[in-house]
Design a protein around this ligand. Structure first.
Ligand SMILES: [Zn+2]
Ligand SMILES: [Zn+2]
Length: 290
């Protein structure tokens, strides 16, 4: 294990683009790349990182707000893209519609449900219910620390709760306030059904209700993610989550709302002991660790 701490910086979160930086001292990964190449570069520069410092991009699913930077950013900087086969196919299919040339990237294919290693990180990709081909959440482990990404999803299944419970820092979707979604004059009934359905997006209420199955002594931070700009409000999402945590006697857990336009402050999970890695299929990394 190279790093003694794990750092998480959410660059942006929401339906207009998602991207987060997860790093140890030796391995730097982006989780999703749904911003413009310029924006990602600016966010990296703000934390003293350059695209050449990255070891890869991991994709949760093929929707544009998670993949739009692939063509320019991943290709230009020759970054490996870790995803499952279904998501790769769907991403290629979507890109073919908008461009003449194929999306020629360094794809590294994992299987949903089968853990693998990327540098210092053990990565556990697990299935989540969402209207995409093979969407996943991720549970990352490095240097005895753990971070989970659970977005976008319509419901918290037993599998999702089981994985999320293992994280000390959890990025959890709180997409909409149910009442605001239902009252929204700009969305059709069908769209509202899709968003609030079991393969849509998690509401504030559903996210808070899931806490009962997620909260453990290990959990220290919750980042509320993918907030709708017109069917949610940061204060509502935060309040619902805090109340849920209080009811479970877990008000010690820090809650941070991730935004579309502003990055979150970097969370550092420091570790004083290195833990031996389990034997997992290892993806070769071509970049030397800085
Ligand atoms: Zn999304
Ligand atoms: Zn999506």
């Amino acid at each position: 294990m190279g790093g003694v701490s794990v750092r998480l910086t959410i660059f942006a979160s929401g339906s207009k683009g998602n991207c987060a930086l997860l790093e140890t001292d030796g391995t730097r990964l982006l989780v999703d790349a749904g911003l413009s190449a310029t924006r990602i570069q600016e966010h990296l520069a703000a934390v003293d990182r350059a695209p050449s410092d990255l070891h890869g991009i991991l994709l949760t699913h093929e929707h544009d707000d998670h993949t739009s930077a692939l063509r320019v950013f991943a290709a230009r900087h020759e970054l490996p893209v870790f995803t499952n086969q279904e998501t790769r196919c769907a991403t290629l299919e979507a890109s073919r519609r908008g461009a003449r040339d194929a999306l020629d990237l360094d794809w590294r294919i994992f299987r949903t449900g089968e853990p693998f290693a990327v540098g210092d990180f053990d990565v556990d990709p697990f299935s989540i219910p969402h209207d995409a081909c093979d969407p996943v959440g991720f549970l990352f482990r490095a240097a005895s620390r753990s971070v989970a990404f659970v977005t976008d999803l319509g419901q918290v299944t037993a599998l999702v709760a089981d994985k999320a419970r293992q994280a000390e820092a959890l990025v959890l979707e709180a997409n909409h306030e149910h009442r605001l979604l239902m009252e929204d004059p700009n969305r059709s009934w069908a769209v509202k059904q899709r968003i609030s359905g079991s393969h849509g997006h998690l509401s504030n209420e559903k996210a808070a209700r899931a806490l009962e199955r997620i909260v453990s002594d290990r959990l220290s931070h919750v980042f509320l993610a993918h907030l709708s700009e017109d069917c949610n409000r940061p204060d509502l999402a935060e309040e619902t989550m805090r109340r849920g945590l209080e009811e479970l006697g877990a008000s010690r857990v820090k809650v941070t709302v991730a935004h579309q336009r502003e990055p979150c402050a970097t969370l550092e999970l420091a570790s004083c002991r290195a833990v031996a890695a389990e034997t997992l299929p290892l993806f070769g990394l071509t970049r030397a660790a800085a």
